[in-house]
Design a protein around this ligand. Structure first.
Ligand code: ADP
Ligand code: MG
Length: 701
């Protein structure tokens, strides 16, 4: 049960004074709640400003700089209403101070309202942006017009929030103000020593500071208020993961020891020998499986690093020990692909393998289910269909999940908790920086495949300005004449697939003119059949240069291709460049990658290309990507959290994550039931950040 003191925060925003149903709906869009979930007061409090307006500048009318936000104390001179019948002209109010005169300009204004707000002869304080028009200062629609009494209460520094249609700025500010005023007194969940050491304010003070900043530095990602809130969110995240993990671990594992007989046969059937990384990973898994605790291991490795083989060996170990294994792929296609590669190897070892996806129905499915139940199948490869109730195993010992770097991990772990003592191996296809692993999976054991399988040649990567295009085309021509096959990736044009296609089509034409009829084209707008045909011609060598938009990013395997040209490489992200480059270097020929850029390069784009030149290590590239993304954003462009987080941002707060991890580990060691006073406060924290599902695990234990 949610602690009662949190009730005011979990009420709908419409419970706040001045927020009706209509505004409530607009708030739902603003804070991004799902349809049907009314936004709560809490959601407003976590809706942080991305910048501020500083109204402290009070230069006087004549000295107000063009475009500046100023606050002026003025006397109202006269009104010049819009002429009757011409609503396009504004209502002007002329005001003055001792330095000069200016006009306050109102379009579509309510004349009588203006005359009441700005009575002739009275003193008013106005604040807004000054424009100089034909040598005269004016202020169009001032942000504030108040008398002396109201001015005393007007904040001179005003936070600026991401906006949505139908929500006036003042409405947002007022509602958030009301939410802050109603913030209940919450117990402190932080470790006092850590809090003191970091000079962090209380939770309420921190929220107050970011919503009512006194200076721009209050909103910087490294301010005490922001770091406190980010840490709170990390702690909730890590504590929830630690509790989940503990629950899984406590369902004691079974000790599964293989004798190696199946693995020996698989290795004998392999046309290659395992890499050292693969051997290390398999040994780590073997140790986990033999141990008394349940395995929770993440296998990280770049595309093509040979994760599937590691999975097969892990599954062979449990089969040697008499158990069954399941390999779960995210899609039907991938499940079939796995089954196709693993089938012959499994057969060579005498392992019985079956496929079970949504497509297996009727008789086929009816034939598989009993064999899973009686142990007649050792390995099943499938999709989510594997988790249906009718699917029963005789003795499921290992679940391998090919995770594809999209983290539905909470659910996956919870799923595993449903079964008996199933060991878990999660495979991720994209290298994930350490901090991201921690955020998504918590304190999980990790095996990494850091080498490429033998026989792969390094890719030589070069960067060249686009104005050397002619020389590049000439070089490609020579390579093609010598038998090479080339990918030519065309730029991404912002938000317009049509323009992408146009650029690619134009490039294809130009290359065909220069190189002859050896140039093909694929792009996202083509029909699937045409795409397949274009790919096939390239695979068969009928075309030798394949011009493409980024559609080739996924799932293309042409080992003969040895040259990758990326046009406008400065427009691609690091991860994307890495993926694209990975399309070459798969065969025995020496491969190269040409990154063509249009200068001048900004510092971030420059660094990105330099990293691509320096390394092929997907892990390093991923780390650098995260770092550059942090540097690429100046304060004010975006202030919401990394996906999965509302406030915390790994680029800025990543270092705090490890502190939170250790903190969470200690909490679970000392008081896993969250029964003590700090435990009670931590429950509040879990509710605040929507991680309260973990509390159910505590109770179940
Ligand atoms: P991943 O799933 O990590 O992207 P795969 O397991 O699909 O990679 O392996 C990619 C390719 O490399 C497959 O064709 C596989 O047979 C091959 N392969 C795996 N391990 C080795 C190895 N040690 N030596 C050579 N080739 C290997
Ligand atoms: Mg794979």
């Amino acid at each position: 049960m949610r602690p009662e003191l949190l009730n005011p925060l979990f009420r709908p925003v419409t419970s706040l004074a001045g927020v009706g149903p209509k505004i409530g709906e607009a708030f739902a869009r603003l804070v991004g709640r799902e349809a049907g979930e009314p936004p709560r007061v809490l959601d407003l409090l976590f809706h942080l400003p991305y910048g501020l307006v500083d109204r402290r500048n009070r230069p006087g009318i004549a000295l107000s700089p063009e475009g500046a936000i100023v606050t002026l104390e003025v006397r109202v001179d006269r009104h010049q209403p819009a002429p009757a019948g011409n609503r396009r002209l504004p209502h002007r109010v002329f005001v003055q101070d001792e330095t000069g005169e200016m006009a306050l300009v109102y379009f579509h204004a309510d004349k009588s309202w203006l005359e009441r707000a700005l009575p002739v002869g009275e003193i008013r304080f106005v604040s807004g942006r000054v424009e100089w028009f034909n040598g005269r200062p004016q202020m169009v629609h001032p942000d504030h017009v108040v008398d002396a009494a109201a001015f005393a209460a007007l904040p001179m520094i005003e936070p600026v929030y991401p906006m949505t249609a139908g929500l006036p700025r003042k409405t947002v500010a007022k509602a958030i103000g009301a939410a802050l005023d109603g913030l209940p007194l919450l117990p402190e969940w932080l470790d006092p020593a850590l809090k003191a050491q970091q000079h962090w304010p209380d939770f309420a003070t921190a929220l107050g500071t970011v919503h009512r900043p006194a200076a721009p530095s209050d909103l910087a990602p490294d301010s005490p208020a922001m770091t406190r809130l980010a840490y709170d969110e990390f702690l909730a995240n890590q504590l929830a993961l630690a509790l989940t993990r503990r629950t899984l671990r406590r369902a004691a594992g079974r000790e599964r020891r293989g004798d190696g007989r199946l693995r020996t046969r698989i290795e004998a059937a392999l046309p290659f020998s395992l890499t050292a990384s693969q051997r290390t990973a398999i040994a780590e898994i073997e140790r986990d499986l033999a141990g008394p605790e349940r395995m929770l291991r993440l296998l990280q490795g770049d595309v093509g690093s040979g994760k599937t083989m590691v999975a097969l060996m892990a599954m062979a170990i449990v089969a040697e020990a008499g158990g069954q294994a399941a390999l779960m792929a995210p899609t039907e296609i991938l499940a079939r692909q796995h089954a196709k590669t693993l089938g012959p190897l499994a057969a060579a070892a005498g392992l019985r393998l079956a496929v079970l996806t949504g497509r297996e129905k009727g008789r086929e499915r009816a034939a598989i289910l009993p064999r899973l139940a009686d142990g007649g199948i050792d390995i099943v490869v499938g999709t989510h269909a594997l988790f249906q109730d009718e699917v029963v195993f005789r003795d499921l010992a290992l679940a391998v999940v090919d995770e594809q770097h999209r983290f539905g991990v909470h659910q996956r772990l919870t799923l595993a908790a449903k079964g008996a003592a199933v060991d878990m191996l999660v495979m991720t296809a994209t290298p994930i920086p350490r901090t991201l692993v921690l955020a998504a999976f918590g304190d999980m054991d990790v095996s990494k495949l850091t080498e490429k399988p033998a026989g792969r040649q390094p890719i030589e990567t070069r960067t060249l300005p686009l104005d050397r295009l002619d020389a590049v085309v000439e070089r490609i021509g020579a390579a093609v004449a010598a038998g090479a096959r080339v990918y030519w990736v065309c730029p991404l044009v912002e938000e317009s697939e049509e323009l992408d296609v146009a650029a690619a089509t134009a490039r294809e034409k130009a290359l065909a003119e220069a190189l002859g009829p050896v140039v093909g084209l694929v792009h996202g707008r083509m029909r699937a059949a045409d795409k397949d045909a274009a790919m096939r011609r390239f695979v068969l060598g009928e075309t030798r240069v394949l011009v493409a938009t980024t559609v080739i990013e996924v799932g293309v395997d042409v080992p003969e291709a040895s040259i990758m040209v990326i046009e406008h490489a400065e427009r691609f992200g690091l991860a994307q460049l890495h993926q694209l480059r990975g399309r070459v270097g798969r065969g025995s020929a020496r491969s190269s990658c040409l990154l063509l850029y249009k200068g001048p390069l900004g510092p971030v784009a420059h660094d990105r290309l330099a990293i691509m030149r320096d390394t092929e290590d997907g892990f390093r590239i991923a780390e650098e990507d995260l770092r550059l993304r942090g540097e690429g954003e100046i304060l004010g462009t975006r202030q919401s959290g990394t996906p999965g987080f509302r406030i915390a941002r790994l680029e800025h707060h990543g270092a705090l994550l490890e502190i939170a991890r250790d903190d969470a580990r200690l909490i679970v060691e000392r008081d896993a039931a969250l029964g003590g006073p700090r435990g009670a406060a931590l429950r509040v924290l879990l509710y605040l950040f929507g991680r309260d599902a973990a509390i159910r695990l505590v109770r179940a234990g």
